[in-house]
Design a protein around this ligand. Structure first.
Ligand code: ATP
Length: 235
């Protein structure tokens, strides 16, 4: 396994956000974490990025434990997070945001080539490259957040609610791009409230409820599971 989250316990003061979550992500997979508001999906991702320290449990990446590493070291190991709500640097231009994504890289010549690649994938970002990011639409900001994360050349992308707040047509476009990013060799752990879309592109998925994994399996199987359909697919 590329990423192994083992029996993770996380509390915010008296609130027990994760009560023994275990999730595995294999090289090349898209793995989805689905579940209602407050189930613990974001907490799981933020712990993997080193932004939250767990009370107990372990997270290993290529066999190495991440839980004592600072976030920047986790990024340099090949893990990049696209945060909930995009969090682009609104007072910087599109181009500057992409350059920030490459801040840990030493190969500055290749950075330029990668920015060209990002612009090929997201032509709308190129059209707006000198625009301040705060003036972009929600969908464009999501594309920029994805582009910025790709600039660190991650092997594993942690994505938090990429579809949040986007119009249905854009949601479709973003999910198509996620699939393409995966097909070029990037493993993806995807947190989504849009269970329908998440299950349509994922290989496997985990269902979280109040800090615990209650169901896990191949995405197709979960999409056909009556319990999942009733609770998460509105069927
Ligand atoms: P959402 O879709 O709303 O992000 P989620 O599944 O990602 O939901 P988390 O954000 O991980 O869930 O939250 C899990 C639990 O921890 C919830 O009960 C939430 O209220 C609580 N929680 C999250 N962040 C904090 C915080 N900074 N301080 C206190 N409680 C928190």
């Amino acid at each position: 396994m590329l990423l192994e989250i083992k029996d993770l316990h996380v509390s915010y003061g008296a609130i027990r956000a994760l009560k023994g979550v275990s999730v595995q992500v294999g090289e090349g997979e898209i793995v989805a974490l689905i579940g209602a508001n407050g189930a613990g999906k974001t907490t799981t991702l933020r712990t993997a990025s080193g932004l939250i320290r767990p009370q107990s449990g372990d997270i290993t990446y290529k066999g190495k434990s991440l839980i004592k590493m600072p976030p920047h070291q986790i990024v340099s190991m090949g893990i990049s997070q696209i945060p909930e709500g995009r969090k682009v640097f609104t007072r910087m231009t599109v181009l500057e945001n992409l350059e920030m994504g490459a801040y840990i890289r030493k190969d500055k010549d290749n950075v330029k080539a990668d920015i060209r690649n990002i612009f090929q994938r997201f032509p709308r970002l190129e059209e707006r490259k000198h625009q301040l990011s705060g003036t972009l639409s929600g969908g464009e900001q999501q594309m920029l957040a994805m582009g910025r994360a790709l600039m660190s050349q991650p092997n594993l992308l942690l994505m938090d609610e990429p579809s949040m707040g986007l119009a249905p047509m854009l949601v479709q476009e973003i999910f198509t791009i996620i699939k393409e990013i995966n097909q070029t060799g990037t493993t993806i752990l995807l947190v989504e409230q849009n269970a329908h879309m998440a299950l349509s592109i994922a290989n496997r998925a985990y269902v979280l409820e109040t800090g615990e994994v209650v169901l896990a399996g191949p995405a197709q199987e979960l999409a056909n599971d009556p319990q999942v359909q009733k609770a998460y697919l509105g069927e």
